[in-house]
Design a protein around this ligand. Structure first.
Ligand SMILES: *Cc1c(COP(=O)(O)O)cnc(C)c1O
Length: 388
């Protein structure tokens, strides 16, 4: 599960722990496999909010067709990191300043989330005497079985429902500086290839049935990552085949997807040292250096973060080494809250104070969604395995 190079770096004397270790060659290989599984005429954008770190963006550049940003901050950062990249700008609550910036920085597509936002953009385009290119983000009534998050159909802070869509199309007729290219639909996340293929089919069928200017459909992200079984990866060839079918049936439609988690999750590892192992009322707790203020993903999603123990023989104290053998252990961090849990009651063969634990699937929605300031612990180190 953990590449040899990552384990080696985690236990090497030069690595200060806790640390994020990012396997950039692994990221590149994975992204290339995703790209190869998709039809050539379907565009692949990376949703930067999953992990906007520069080395990640630089590694993906050239394999993905563009980057989706979801805030003014991400927009500036990505433009600065990859000056030539194609950008799409989505997300709720874009300010007038954000929209001005998007026009100035040459964002290729702005995804409109509300009627007010469209008015703000039309205004900004008028003031800058420039053209804004948009997709309308739609909130379609659609049930997706097995979806962890259902963003479509129900009341939602995202996208346009039928009434808002009508209002936007009326507005567009009076806003010559805003060019509408089609629709955007990011309806759910955590879906498998089968489910996502069904969503894609429904979205395209709906879109071509509307009386809307339509040359593009952005089908969003939401490809699932299985934290219980890291080896079970989203079936990109199956999803690619479904998209190829859709593209063939609608040759004048440009299809685009914008995954985040499913591209970045696998290349990231959080490595740390076990500080203490303590029994408590029949259970064993391993306290590791760091915590969910570094890696909030398991706390945010309520899952067990997959991990491997790397045994370390060194023990410098004269007293017995706290340990657990052949039993379940709960891995917690240094925060004074019962929510600071990485994994609950996971069986291990042996886990001792001083051992190194490497958590996998820490490349997406990990460091960047964590509450770094809580309890004033130091930040982790960041190590990058570079392509050879
Ligand atoms: C978050 C988000 C994505 C990426 O979602 P993943 O689940 O990380 O693939 C894509 N598009 C939009 C609009 C989003 O909000």
């Amino acid at each position: 599960m953990i590449p040899t190079e990552v384990r080696a770096l985690a236990v090497s004397a030069s690595a200060s722990l806790p640390a994020y270790i990012t396997d950039l060659p692994g990221l590149l290989t994975h992204a290339q496999a995703v790209r190869a599984a998709l039809p050539d005429n379907v565009e692949l954008f990376y949703a930067a909010k999953a992990n906007p770190q520069r080395p990640i963006l630089e590694t993906l550049d050239g394999t993905v067709d563009g980057i989706e940003v979801a805030s003014g901050g991400e927009l500036s950062h990505v433009r600065d990191t990859l000056p030539g990249s194609r950008l799409a700008f989505g997300g709720p609550g874009k300010t007038a300043d954000d929209l001005e910036l998007a026009l100035k920085l040459g964002v290729e597509r702005i995804h409109i989330e509300s009627v007010h936002e469209l008015r703000l953009l039309a205004d900004a385009a008028e003031r800058q005497q420039t053209v804004a290119d948009v997709l309308l983000r739609v909130n379609l009534p659609m049930r997706v079985d097995g979806a962890q998050l259902t963003m479509g159909g129900a009341a939602s802070p995202f996208g346009l429902d039928a009434d808002a869509l009508r209002e936007c199309t009326a507005l567009l007729r009076m806003a010559p500086r805003v060019r509408m290219h089609g629709v955007h639909a990011h309806l759910a996340s955590g879906l498998n290839a089968d489910q996502l293929a069904r969503v894609a089919g429904e979205v395209v069928k709906w879109a071509v049935g509307q009386d809307l200017p339509l040359s593009e459909v952005n089908l969003g992200g939401g490809m699932g990552v299985d934290y219980d079984d890291p080896s079970s990866v989203f079936d990109w060839p199956a999803y690619g085949a479904a998209l190829a079918g859709l593209a063939a049936a609608h040759p004048d439609l440009q299809l685009r997807i914008e995954p985040g988690r499913s591209l970045a999750a696998y290349c990231g590892y959080y490595a740390t040292r076990v500080l203490d192992v303590r029994p408590s009322n029949g259970r064993a707790f391993a306290v590791v250096h760091g915590g969910t203020h570094h890696l909030r993903t398991p706390a945010a999603r309520g899952h067990n973060q997959p991990f491997q123990v790397v045994s370390v023989e060194r023990w410098q104290h004269p007293w017995p080494r706290p340990s657990v053998t052949d039993g379940p252990v709960t891995l917690v961090g240094q925060l004074c809250t019962p929510k600071d849990v990485f994994a609950r009651d996971v069986p291990v063969r042996s886990l001792k104070a001083g051992d190194v634990v490497v958590f996998a699937l820490a490349g997406a929605y990990a460091w960047n969604i964590s509450h770094h300031e809580f309890l004033m612990h130091p930040s982790p180190a960041f190590h990058y395995l570079e392509p050879s």
